[in-house]
Design a protein around this ligand. Sequence first.
Ligand SMILES: NC(=O)c1ccc[n+]([C@@H]2O[C@H](COP(=O)([O-])OP(=O)(O)OC[C@H]3O[C@@H](n4cnc5c(N)ncnc54)[C@H](O)[C@@H]3O)[C@@H](O)[C@H]2O)c1
Ligand SMILES: O=c1ccn([C@@H]2O[C@H](COP(=O)(O)OP(=O)(O)O[C@H]3O[C@H](CO)[C@@H](O)[C@H](O)[C@H]3O)[C@@H](O)[C@H]2O)c(=O)[nH]1
Length: 329
Amino acid sequence: MAVLVTGGAGYIGSHMVWKLLDEGEEVVVIDRLSTGFEWAVPPEAELVVGDIADQDLVEATIARRNVDAIIHFAGSIIVPESVADPLSYYLNNTVKSRALIESAVRKGVPHFIFSSTAAVYGGKHGEPVTEDALTLPESPYGRSKLMTEMMLADVATAHPFAYTALRYFNVSGADPNGRTGQSTKGATHLIKVACETATGKRSSMDVYGTDYPTPDGTCIRDYIHVWDLVEAHYLALKRLRAGGESIVANCGYGKGYSVLQVIDAVKRVVGHDFEVNVSGRRAGDPARIVANADRARAEFGWGPRLDNIDTIVLDALRWEEALKRRNNG
Ligand SMILES: NC(=O)c1ccc[n+]([C@@H]2O[C@H](COP(=O)([O-])OP(=O)(O)OC[C@H]3O[C@@H](n4cnc5c(N)ncnc54)[C@H](O)[C@@H]3O)[C@@H](O)[C@H]2O)c1
Ligand SMILES: O=c1ccn([C@@H]2O[C@H](COP(=O)(O)OP(=O)(O)O[C@H]3O[C@H](CO)[C@@H](O)[C@H](O)[C@H]3O)[C@@H](O)[C@H]2O)c(=O)[nH]1
């Protein structure tokens, strides 16, 4: 019996693969290597290079490896890119997820965990935001993910199929054991960009907007360590296997940091200054969003262990240095 991890060659998916192997699970990855890397998949897991919408490939893989659960990370992830090219986001995140879900139903895979996002909430909600808040996404990215959540809910009503949609807040950091990390080329995520600047890969970085209605004028986000996030997936998987019903759950710490606070943390941890410029707002960015994660704690006993911004930054910086050595050698 194996777990199928889609997008397992990517940032979060590769951490999930390591976590599952650490727990003694059999793992098969399907990834088309558009933003992921073959080397990010450990040799103990099988990598099938292909698209999640290739139903013959997906269904043959499910049958061959006797897959009992799918953890679905594959997708397109950049908010401003989704504003510029919405149709490619609806194709990769919605249409192709539909094909994957159909393959799961056809092959009788009973458990499904989906990478959803805090972007489904948009910016008009109370704080910290609970799963029952109105979903008013402000970007095609958020809408493309929300549509997949809706499909999952309908499919779980119609078929013997239970899912957990985890709405991630801002995922960052790297495996504390240094085995994988965020390797994305041309990354746009704040902590990754700040670490690339701190380690000299970039000469400077920009702050997108200082005129938001927040204490220092920059956007506030809830940064969650990727290792705590994959732990939440593993607990959610155990819950589904034990007969748990379908749920949606936030994954965040309930702590908000502004862009400037994050940059200060990176400067503090790396121990030197670097160039930061102020530029205009970026399309699709809500001013602030922080999670209420009580449901994840109550439903599958999730207890974050790495919820400290300096720990997140330190692991991200260590991975950045490791990547530099890998790319130079
Ligand atoms: N990084 C975050 O802060 C964050 C926050 C919320 C949600 N998410 C979600 O988590 C998931 C993983 O994000 P990530 O940061 O690891 O991104 P990533 O780009 O590193 O990983 C995505 C992986 O999916 C693969 N892929 C993309 N489309 C595919 C397709 N059609 N078929 C097969 N493989 C495909 C890519 O090659 C890549 O390896 C995404 O669904 C994303 O929307 C991420
Ligand atoms: O060089 C940079 C990069 C980012 N930011 C700002 O930092 C904040 C965080 O941005 P980023 O790290 O790109 O994350 P988000 O846009 O909040 O989106 C991430 O977090 C969402 C969940 O909240 C996920 O769904 C998305 O996949 C993921 O990209 C935003 O205000 C950005 O404008 C900068 O000021 N400068």
